[in-house]
Design a protein around this ligand. Structure first.
Ligand code: PLP
Length: 462
């Protein structure tokens, strides 16, 4: 036998390995099909290495261990819990709002049992799935009616399709928004089968611009909240109340895509002001849409509140069926909205508000506690300091406002060969990956969103 042949003969046959006692627990846990599939791949890998390098891979000493490792890696979800220390509280790529305990409990209940989703117990007939949530939304916002779909993008599409298909929708040129992820107002218009009529200019739009655009084919006047940018300087925009007065003369509705919206006045906690759906309802806007997982602090959902006449039209549109929310979303949203019925405890129980209202002092104390422990782990290569920083709310809410916060920062020590890229990789490869951001030649870990301090310490110590 040549050397190569000897090496090939050392790759064990599948049936031999499978009889091996060590493999029995694997077969039990992962099933015959997957174990065999992984084995075949590994055998091929071993053959390739013999051909390429003239030797067996090191792991061939313990096939069972290698198969187990590979199976575990394969089944590790790519949806991993991480520490969001990026400084952006509502981070779209990290799943936006964290749910309140009450919402998590409600979701867990509806997952494991049959529920009265579209069934009313007293009449033993069919109820509407949005009913309970809609009643809460009406109570909180003062709207006549409400409905819920998958996300706010869906809500906007549905409002347009139900109220303006084949007709014109008038929007200011200053509000032709693009939200990340290919949501652009002109494209959504086209998808909904509406004709976009742009009025005004990027920086200034007047009531007369809207007035001149209205004709027999106008179905809606639309306002879009410029949630992720800010136009400053020589500017003018028409507010909802003025627009409603004009729309009433022409007997057409005003619709607002509010983006985030807040159901409570954030300024009471010293936070920047964000428009509230309540106010727009009071201004007479016919339909307002906003997200469930932005400032509201609930599950991903698109919420539409407004006049009964238009909400009914939306409920009956075929797209509503395609975009409707599922029972888990409705349960989480209902539980979240109930927290708003008790505003005094809201900032304790709603994680989004709890994080946004953490004070700079509180975060500073936390950073001071953690700094020595991070120095212990990373101090050889990096100077670890406690630094003032600014958090952002994120998800297109209040784009220019920042919240004072504190970060741990890491600066490479000269000549030690350590780089910020290697540090952020090390942090990403921890059991619970730690995500920060790199700016000004440092890595910043903004501690605003750090609630599980003990878990972070445990993760760093590993
Ligand atoms: C965020 C946002 C959307 C999209 O909402 P999703 O819930 O992410 O679908 C649409 N319009 C505006 C103005 C927004 O801010």
């Amino acid at each position: 036998m040549t050397k190569i042949q000897t090496l090939f003969s050392q790759i064990p046959a599948t049936h031999r390995l499978l009889c091996n006692a060590a493999f029995q627990p694997l077969l039990e846990e992962f099933g015959h099909t997957r174990v065999v599939a992984v084995l075949r791949t590994l055998q091929e890998e071993a053959r390739a290495q013999i051909n390429d390098e003239g030797q067996l891979p090191g792991w061939c000493d313990d096939w069972c261990h290698k198969v187990h490792d590979t199976l575990l890696t394969q089944q590790c979800s790519t949806l991993r819990p991480v520490f969001n220390l990026t400084g952006t509280v509502l981070h779209t790529n990290l799943g936006r709002a964290l749910l309140a305990e009450e919402a998590i409990k409600a979701v867990s209940e509806v997952m494991s049992s049959a529920i009265t989703l579209e069934y009313s117990l007293d009449a033993a007939g069919r109820g509407h799935r949005d009913q309970t949530v809609a009643a809460l939304l009406c109570e909180i916002t003062g709207a006549e009616a409400a409905c819920v779909v998958n996300n706010n993008a869906a809500a906007v599409l549905l409002m347009l399709a139900a109220c303006a298909e084949g007709k014109d929708v008038v929007v200011s040129r200053g509000e032709l928004v693009e939200i990340g992820g290919a949501f652009r107002i002109p494209d959504v218009m086209r998808q909904a089968g509406c004709q976009l009529i742009e009025v005004g200019t990027t920086n200034r739009t007047h009531l007369t611009d809207y007035r001149h655009a209205i004709d027999n084919n106008t179905a809606l006047l639309m306002k879009v909240h410029t949630s992720n940018y800010h136009i400053e300087g020589f500017t003018h925009a028409v507010n909802e109340a003025e627009l409603v007065a004009l729309a009433n003369e022409a007997d057409i509705p005003v619709v607002t895509d509010l983006g985030s919206g807040s159901l409570v006045d954030l300024t009471q906690w010293g936070l920047p002001q964000e428009p509230m759906p309540q106010q727009l309802i009071a201004d007479g806007v016919s339909l307002i849409s906003f997200s469930g997982d932005k400032l509201l602090g609930g599950p991903q959902a698109g919420i539409i509140v407004g006049k009964k006449k238009y909400i009914e039209r939306i409920q009956q549109h075929p797209l509503k069926r395609a975009l409707r929310a599922d029972k888990m979303t409705l349960a989480a949203l209902e539980a979240t909205l109930r927290l708003y019925q008790h505003p005094e405890t809201l900032i304790k129980r709603l994680p989004t508000l709890r994080l946004l209202t953490r004070t700079a002092e509180e975060i500073l104390a936390q950073a001071t506690r953690l700094q020595p422990l991070f120095t212990q782990r990373f101090g050889a290569q990096f100077t670890v300091s406690v630094d003032h920083c600014l958090s952002q709310i994120g998800s297109g809410s209040l784009p220019v406002d920042r919240l004072p916060s504190t970060a741990l920062t890491f600066q490479p020590k000269d000549g030690r060969g350590a780089t910020l890229a290697s540090l952020s990789q090390t942090l990403r490869e921890l059991k619970y990956p730690v995500l920060g951001r790199i700016a000004d030649e440092r890595l910043w870990l903004d501690l605003r969103c750090l609630e599980h301090e003990a878990l972070l310490l445990e993760t760093i110590a590993l």
